[in-house]
Structures are given as structure tokens and as C-alpha cells.
Ligand binder design. Structure first.
Ligand code: PGA
Length: 247
């Protein structure tokens, strides 16, 4: 049985006091949740949140794959792990787009995270022109192939995937539940071709892109949508809780 996962990507938002307040509100309201809840705060707040840590896991939005050394400005997987991170976002479209993260770098990040026992939440998704050309499944399958298909089945089974169509991120324009289901089912089939049906059936695939309390129910009702990676709505505890209750 694959697990239901709700993840909040706080991006480059919040003061430290706001982050502490949000983390506390999220963990209080989801104390009894049977789903896996993860938040990705700005890494500089990790230590403070780790001190208060309850049943909401912590992750980082970025890290560098080398363990240490002369990489000015970067933080390593061992450093974030020491501060309580258990999950890492890899392949988010904003990192691919604004910071030039390419498939090879993503592959190295996946390997580094797994080598240190952190769970990658690997993001994939197509830009608008690819959706308009109706080649989205092929495009996203290639993203998985390029950065993940070197993994052994045991390692692949440790991943969480997040399908996030770029045209839906932060735009208020969400994919319809049918569009999400079609992509998730297609990705699962593609994964089963490489790793077998049992493994593919057990991988959690989250949807991300303008997911909010009014569309979460419909999205999560789909067989192949196992949860959400939430941006904007994760900054409001009442919205994040309402999304969690949509499971
Ligand atoms: P959004 O962001 O929910 O604000 O669209 C999702 C994401 O970027 O993970």
C-alpha cells in the first residue's frame, strides 16, 4: 500500500518568527494525522523548527551533493541532516529554471540524499508549450529516466515523486483532476516498465500546482494521486489543514 503524503513547500517566504508560528500551528492541527506530513522551510530555520519537532517531518528545498569543501554558499546533505531534515526536494521547476539545475546535477543530488538516508521528493512537470503540443507524458517520462532510472529498484522504492505542471505552479490555474490522474497513471505505467508493477504501485506520486482547499478533494479522489506538494496554500495553516482533511 502506498502512503498518502502532504508536503508544504514554503519557498523563500516567512521571517523566523512566522516560520516558528506556522510550524507550531501545522503540527498542533495535524497531531493525530495518519498521513505523512512534511514541510520544507527555508533551511536557515531548520534548527529552530527541529527543536520544536513533533509529528511533522522537516525537509530542505535545496542542498549540494558534495559532502563538504570549497563550495561557497552551499549546504551539504550531512549538514541539513544534522539539523533534523529527513526529506529533500529535488528537481523543482524553479530550481531547474532559475538556477540552471540540469538532469546530471539532479541525479547527483538524488544519489547523495539516498546515500545519507534522506528521502528525495523528486519533482517533474512540463511547461505550457509542451502541454499545448500534447507531449507532456513523454516529456515528464524523460525527466524521470534522466535523473532516476540509474537507481536500483531498492533505491527507487525510497523516493516520493511529485508531478507539478509548470503552468499550474503559483498561477492559480490547476490541472484538472482528470489531467492529473492521466499523468500519474502514465508515469506509474512507465515506472512499471522499468521496475515492475509492484514497485510502481507502491510509489507515492503527489500532485503540485495551485492545489488548495477547494480543489484538493477532487484531486485526491483520483486513484493515482497520493497527495499534494503545496506552495502558496501551505503558508496558511487553515488552508493546509483543510487540504489535509481532503484525504
Ligand atoms: P503552488 O506551488 O501550490 O503555489 O502552485 C507548488 C509548488 O511549487 O510546489
Amino acid at each position: 500500500m502506498r502512503k498518502s503524503v502532504l508536503a508544504g513547500n514554503w519557498k523563500m517566504n516567512l521571517t523566523k518568527a512566522q516560520a516558528v508560528e506556522l510550524y507550531s500551528a501545522v503540527s498542533d492541527s495535524m497531531e493525530a494525522s495518519s498521513n505523512e506530513i512534511i514541510v520544507f522551510p527555508p533551511a536557515i530555520y531548520l534548527d529552530a523548527l527541529n527543536e520544536m519537532k513533533r509529528n511533522v517531518s522537516l525537509g530542505v528545498q535545496n542542498f549540494y551533493f558534495e559532502e563538504k569543501g570549497a563550495f561557497t554558499g552551499e549546504i551539504s546533505v550531512t549538514q541539513v541532516k544534522e539539523l533534523g531534515a529527513t526529506h529533500v526536494l529535488i528537481g523543482h521547476s524553479e530550481r531547474r529554471m532559475y538556477f540552471g539545475e540540469d538532469e546530471n546535477l539532479l541525479k547527483n543530488k538524488v544519489d547523495a540524499a539516498l546515500a545519507h538516508g534522506l528521502t528525495p521528493v523528486f519533482c517533474c512537470g512540463e511547461p505550457l508549450e509542451i502541454r499545448e503540443a500534447e507531449t507532456q507524458l513523454d516529456y515528464v517520462c524523460k525527466q524521470l529516466e534522466a535523473s532516476l532510472f540509474h537507481l536500483s529498484a531498492d533505491d527507487f522504492a525510497k523516493l516520493i515523486l511529485a508531478y507539478e505542471p509548470i503552468w499550474a505552479i503559483g498561477t492559480g490555474k490547476t490541472a484538472s483532476s482528470d489531467q492529473a490522474e492521466e499523468m500519474h497513471a502514465g508515469l506509474r505505467l512507465f515506472i512499471s516498465g522499468k521496475y515492475g508493477t509492484e514497485l510502481a504501485d507502491n510509489v507515492s506520486i503527489l500532485y503540485g500546482g495551485s492545489c488548495n482547499p477547494s480543489n484538493a478533494n477532487e484531486l485526491f479522489s483520483k486513484t493515482n494521486v497520493d497527495g499534494g506538494l503545496i506552495g502558496g496554500a501551505a503558508l496558511k495553516p487553515e488552508d493546509f489543514l483543510a487540504i489535509e482533511q481532503a484525504f
